[in-house]
Ligand binder design. Structure first.
Ligand SMILES: Cc1cc2nc3c(=O)[nH]c(=O)nc-3n(C[C@H](O)[C@H](O)[C@H](O)COP(=O)(O)OP(=O)(O)OC[C@H]3O[C@@H](n4cnc5c(N)ncnc54)[C@H](O)[C@@H]3O)c2cc1C
Length: 443
């Protein structure tokens, strides 16, 4: 039997990229939407902190264009300024830096690969161009690489690229679908470093949501989703206020979502959340008064799961003459490392690529265990298709969105794809009240 909805709007819990996107999609169709964010500022993991003209994202961030996020930005008329990484990057091997050009001719000229390796790389690129990402979803990145990058040096190069693209060093667990799709895409579509940091995207999404009529409440901690007989009736805030709703979208990380439903005791949701394997990074970002070396600006470490980029050379993230460098180490969820040791390794990477950085240091930000992705799509779970869908089991009108939801894409692309999907399900249902009436008015 079709559920009866109360004549109120939709409440979205969480003001990150997913929550803001879901709110915009609904509000611009005339649905009354209230978005609740517990933090004083919007953005979640996409927030940016400013310090003396430096824009610190929460660790290294880039838009991999050509995916769901790019589509959603277009659909919501969100635009932003950006720069792109250089064509020539470097790899660090046995303490020495070697140029590694991105274009095929340059690669054939590099001294990093023997003639046999170059032939091996051509075979790898051919296999990549023929691969269908969904067909390798049950295979791990490691298995796929072993099959298609048989020469040790080609394997080393591609494994390093894979760790950076899939945000994990657990290549034996992560589905090859993620790597193949990301690498195919990045060869066709540019990577964007966003001017002003990702807060620029958050502000543009907030404007889109508000212009469409969304009521955004920051500093509002949702404590509980109120429901009766499988039907959600609203959201209770930590101060006791009830925000009535005809449907609720939870746009938080999985553990926060779990707490919102029956205080964590909703078994089907607990089973979903317990099965997730988060992808964590150690991120060291340094703001410098000047850049020690303008040569080694993007470096991929072949011997350790590490990467460095001077994003401020290519986008507006630092004041005139200053530089903001991002480094990150891809962690293994199954084999934890010592955060202090991770930090020292990232410092050592900076010592090689940007010697003298300590003398011009203005500020540093170290995020030892930040969750870059709420769940790594694994080979065992069949890649993207193994993630839960947006409908919360046991409820007619409760949905979840985020980077752990839906079978489309990865990272922020998954957050925004699932936001669009949940909004489409709600709009198709047709029982929502339109005309922006009673958009979750407080009672
Ligand atoms: C270091 C790092 C690097 C990354 N690099 C990239 C990259 O290069 N490219 C890319 O595409 N993606 C990248 N990502 C991922 C990207 O940042 C995330 O996918 C995206 O920001 C997630 O958005 P979200 O809205 O799904 O979740 P979140 O950003 O986690 O938002 C959830 C929001 O819910 C709020 N909330 C939680 N509980 C409650 C509650 N009870 N009541 C009210 N509000 C609540 C939180 O405060 C938060 O604002 C990176 C992430 C990290 C951390």
């Amino acid at each position: 039997m079709k559920p009866r909805f109360t004549p109120t709007g939709v409440v979205v819990v969480g003001g990150g990229m997913a929550g803001l996107s879901a709110a915009s999609f609904l509000a611009r169709e005339g649905v009354g939407v209230t978005l609740l964010e517990k933090a004083p500022i919007l953005g979640g993991r996409a927030a940016t902190r400013s310090f003396e003209g430096f824009s610190f994202n929460r660790g290294i961030h880039a838009i991999y264009t050509g995916g769901a996020a790019s589509q959603v930005f277009k659909e919501l008329d969100v635009t932003y300024g950006y720069g792109m990484p250089p064509k020539e990057t470097f790899v660090l091997q046995k303490g020495a830096l070697h140029p590694f050009p991105a274009d095929p001719l340059g690669i054939l000229r590099t001294g990093l690969l023997s003639a046999g390796d170059k032939a091996g790389l051509i075979r790898f690129v051919t296999a990549l161009s023929l691969a269908k990402p969904h067909a390798v979803a049950h295979m791990s990145v490691q298995e796929w690489l072993k099959r298609h990058a048989q020469r040790p040096q080609v394997y080393r190069l591609m494994a390093a690229a894979a760790r950076t693209l899939v945000y994990s060093s657990a290549l034996e667990l992560v589905s090859a679908q993620v790597f193949v799709e990301r690498l195919q895409r990045s060869l066709k579509h540019p990577v964007h470093y966003v001017d002003g940091g990702w807060q620029t995207l958050v502000a543009a999404l907030r404007d889109a949501a508000e212009q469409a009529g969304t009521r955004i409440v920051s500093g509002a901690h949702a404590q509980n989703v109120e429901h009766h007989e499988g039907l959600v009736r609203g959201v209770r805030l930590s101060d006791g206020t009830l925000i009535p709703a005809s449907a609720v979208i939870i746009a938080t990380k999985p553990q926060d979502a779990l707490k919102l439903v029956e205080g964590g005791d909703h078994l089907p949701l607990r089973q979903v959340v317990d099965g997730l394997l988060p992808g964590q990074l150690a991120c060291l970002d340094v703001a410098l008064s000047s850049l020690p070396s303008s040569r080694y600006t993007v470096v991929q470490d072949l011997d350790h799961p590490q990467f460095m980029s001077v994003q401020s050379l290519y986008s507006h993230l630092a004041p005139e003459g200053g530089a903001l460098i991002h480094t990150f180490k891809q962690l293994d969820p199954v084999h934890p490392t010592d955060p202090r040791e991770d930090e020292r390794e990232l410092e050592a990477l900076l010592d090689v690529a940007q010697p003298g950085w300590r003398d011009v240091l203005v500020r540093r930000q170290y995020l030892p265990r930040i969750e870059a992705v709420s769940t790594l799509p694994t080979a065992a779970q069949g890649g993207f298709a193994g993630r839960p869908g947006p409908e919360v089991p046991g409820f007619a009108n409760l949905y979840m969105v985020g980077d752990w939801i839906g079978s489309e894409d990865f990272l922020v692309d998954a957050s925004m794809a699932s936001a669009r999907q949940a909004a489409q399900i709600l709009l198709r249902d047709g029982s929502l009240s339109r005309g922006k009436v009673a958009a979750g008015s407080r009672s």
